[in-house]
Design a protein around this ligand. Sequence first.
Ligand SMILES: [Zn+2]
Length: 351
Amino acid sequence: MGVLFLAGIACLILGLAAPASAHITVLLYHRFDEDRYPTTTTSSAQFEQQLSYLKLNGYTVMSMDQLAESLGGRRSIPEKGVVITIDDGFISEYDRAVPLLKKYGCPFTLFVFTRGVGAEGYVTWQQLRELESRGATVGCHTDTHPRLINMAVKDMARETVGSKQILEKNLGHPVHYFAYPFGQYDERVRLVAKKAGFRLMMSSDPGSVGPGTEVDRIPRQAIVGAEMSMKDFIRKLETPPLAVTRRTPPCGTLPSSTIHEVSVTIKEPGLYDPSQFSMFLSEKGRLDARFDRMNGVLSFKGPVHVTRKTNRIIVSARRKSDGLFALDAYLIVLPGTWEGMKYTMRRDGRW
Ligand SMILES: [Zn+2]
């Protein structure tokens, strides 16, 4: 206590910022050096600059197994943790990104959809086995890369369990990790993925991983597009998770397209500057939300009408200790009907 107090005083005197609380940033990449796809490609020059930055600035690049251990409490969350994921299995990922990852000694995970493996423009089974023998992880990204939220449960099962079995047969070992195609999930998709036996499921929600992160919707920071600058990259790396204890509407399927209130309860609200909370709904932009410092609730009173199949609610708060903006993001989905659907699920997640 005394030592901590003195250390705190020393920090104040020396003007040192308090160390940012530990978090892990899961980076999401797609294509490399494919200028025909300006919004999803990364140049190998940029990629090398990013890997070099991680190395020179004390980041711990972790494997997917290590991320699972951290979330399971068997390993501490490093001060500056990073996990590298690459989706889809395009051949440019193998040709351009893999040599750089090897050069910098970074573990990484490739999420492939099984129908693509061996097709023109994609990695082959032989290449995947070779990557694994050199320490990479191969994860499941379904069979045909569909929008799972639009599917009947029986088809979803084929895309998850079925694809997992194909991967396991061809790689010769269990596959534990899954990435939702298009980053889309709802409560049915999450349950099917859980039943398939995956340990961690990746979303594309922006943000980072902390002790409270739900294992079946791990946020990932997309590092794609020709416009991505080093400044953006560093800002994404430094974004801490914002711990939230309650969300209205909850994550997943909405009861209707009209939302009467959007609100979140912030855990430890005193950590944040009360005048620096923001709330966004992707279809509407910034919402005029009010923060109640007595109960830590940030709320926006609607009604607001949504028309997009999926929307993301994003909440940000500026941390007093270091000025960084912490982030929480989640998906809400319009209700739908599913052809051939045999099952209905209650709000509590039971069939
Ligand atoms: Zn994908």
